[in-house]
Design a protein around this ligand. Structure first.
Ligand SMILES: C[S@@+](CC[C@H](N)C(=O)[O-])C[C@H]1O[C@@H](n2cnc3c(N)ncnc32)[C@H](O)[C@@H]1O
Length: 206
């Protein structure tokens, strides 16, 4: 049986793992959004056995994602669930960590807004969000290759496109998330890390 495969995932899984290992440190649940081929889910669940890795993707892609997840037979990697970030109720429990790769430039900007709007309820206090992909800064692409990639994305779907870091970070702030790191990654990508601000207790306000 041939499993869905992405060469980009093979290339980026180790650099991403190095960053995730510094942030997904304690036992807890990860919600992966836009799991794609499942290569990231299987690799990260294998290398971080302290995590319960719940992958997801839009309903039409879940069966293909689950081919690889079922094949891996990992106790900390249940079958992926159907989750479109634009659905009104994500139907998930609060989780300690959220991971998503190469998704914000595929989904429409309105869906990116929904992504962050839901996260304020889905990520536990002090939880971590890691998002991998290309971004623009100050309205400028980081490389000519990312500018070409943006044109290619828009030729496939005019609603897709490389997002502005500032727009995404503003959405994150509105969701109660604080940027911890912006890691430059291979192939002109970034791995952005945010933390949900711990709630202020009454003792801290005196
Ligand atoms: C380029 S693929 C990336 C897949 C995988 N994360 C990777 O890094 O290879 C984009 C993914 O975004 C997902 N996606 C697009 N729109 C979405 C939405 N509204 N909600 C959740 N996932 C979405 C697609 O189904 C697809 O799996």
């Amino acid at each position: 049986m041939s499993l869905p495969f992405s060469q980009a995932c093979e290339n980026n899984k180790d650099p991403i793992l190095d960053v995730l290992k510094r942030h997904f440190v304690s036992a807890g649940t990860v919600l992966e959004i836009a799991g794609g081929t499942g290569q990231h889910a299987v690799y990260f669940a294998t290398h971080m056995p302290w995590l319960h890795w719940q992958s997801s993707d839009v309903p039409e892609n879940v069966d293909s994602l689950n081919l690889r997840i079922a094949d891996a037979k990992l106790t900390n990697l249940p079958l992926a669930i159907a989750l479109d970030v634009t659905q009104p109720d994500w139907g998930v429990q609060q989780c300690d960590y959220v991971f998503s790769a190469n998704s914000l430039h595929i989904m429409a900007e309105s869906a990116v807004v929904e992504f962050f709007r839901h996260l304020q309820d889905v990520i536990a206090q002090s939880g971590i969000l890691c998002v991998y992909g290309p971004f623009k800064y100050g309205g400028k692409f980081t490389t000519a290759s990312n500018a070409n990639f943006d044109l290619w994305l828009k030729s496939r779907n005019p609603l897709s496109g490389v997002r502005d870091f500032e727009m995404v970070n503003d959405l994150a702030k509105s969701a109660g998330l604080t940027l911890l790191e912006d890691n430059a990654m291979p192939a002109n990508n970034q791995l952005l890390v945010w933390q949900r601000c711990p709630s202020i207790t009454s003792s801290e306000t005196h």
